[in-house]
Ligand binder design. Structure first.
Ligand code: PAF
Length: 269
């Protein structure tokens, strides 16, 4: 695997691209595996984007595990690990990309300017790498939606491919934040995937929402931010007639913010 900060060393052929901020885990490995099935060249980037952190101390505390990242990227099938410098990504005045109203709800409500930062960096990464495919995890469903919207609106010639959320055996969606959970916190955090799975089993939208609410409120250590069922096509709140519904949940366990989501397929009657 080539490790470089210079796009000239790899920018040719059909690239399947996995942008990351490092601290790679099984979730990233699965995206890289997926890229391997698609592209003749798999490029993984690591760039901790200052624009998407509202809070300087979060940026400073962001984990850095370069040796492990290189090992995980290579064994998952990456050909290139691209480590751009800040001056490559933001060489002059920053041309920001606006996410529009969907950037201000759910995650955007508690993290102002977060999605503007994400879209701005992803646009730059696409400009520099010119990938044929780019893989983003469904775990960050709002991010995935906004990137798909940006690609459509700006007519960027890239196929955005969603990567399924990877879960530990107990159901917890894999995230770099999980290491901050004690055993007791982790048990409490399991309420999220339990609630999503129970809601999925219900037939009507109202039963799904009630099940979600009840399950989440039953765990005293879980402090809810939101738990909503949206229309996957528009990101608006779903109605009974919405065809593709998805439940989004966010909240905190002992100060650790966790998000998860699941498609709410109508079960067979
Ligand atoms: O999901 C992430 O890791 C980041 O938001 C991304 C897409 C790499 C942009 O910095």
């Amino acid at each position: 695997m080539l490790i470089t900060s210079n796009t000239q060393e790899f920018r040719a052929g059909n690239i399947a691209f996995v942008p990351t901020m490092g601290a790679l885990h099984k979730g990233h490995a699965s995206l890289i595996n997926q890229a391997r099935q698609l592209g003749e060249k798999v490029v993984v980037s690591i760039f901790v984007n200052p624009l998407q952190f509202e809070n300087k101390s979060d940026l400073e505390k962001y984990p850095s595990t370069p040796e492990m990242d290189a090992e995980i990227a290579e064994s998952a099938g990456a050909d290139v690990l691209w480590l751009p410098n800040t001056s490559d990504i933001y060489p002059g005045e920053i041309k920001t990309v606006e996410p529009g109203p969907i950037g201000n709800i759910f995650e955007g409500e508690s993290r102002p300017a977060h999605f503007q930062g994400v879209l701005t960096v992803v646009k730059r990464l696409f400009d520099l790498v010119q990938p044929h495919w780019a893989i983003f995890g469904e775990k960050d469903y709002q991010q995935l939606f906004l990137i798909q919207q940006m690609v459509r609106e700006l007519q960027i010639p890239v196929s955005v491919v969603p990567g399924e959320t990877v879960r530990d055996l107990d159901g917890l969606a894999i995230s770099s934040r999980n290491v901050r959970l004690s055993e007791q916190d982790r048990n409490a955090a399991l309420v999220i995937s339990r609630a999503l799975n129970s809601a999925r089993g219900m037939h009507t939208l109202s039963a799904k929402q009630e099940t979600l609410d009840e399950a989440l409120f039953s765990e005293p250590l879980f402090r809810r931010d939101y738990a909503c069922i949206i229309d996957e096509a528009t990101f608006e709140l779903a109605s009974e007639t919405t065809v593709s519904k998805r439940a989004l949940v966010a909240g905190w366990v002992n100060g650790v913010r966790l998000i998860d989501n699941m498609p709410m397929k109508v079960s067979a009657q």
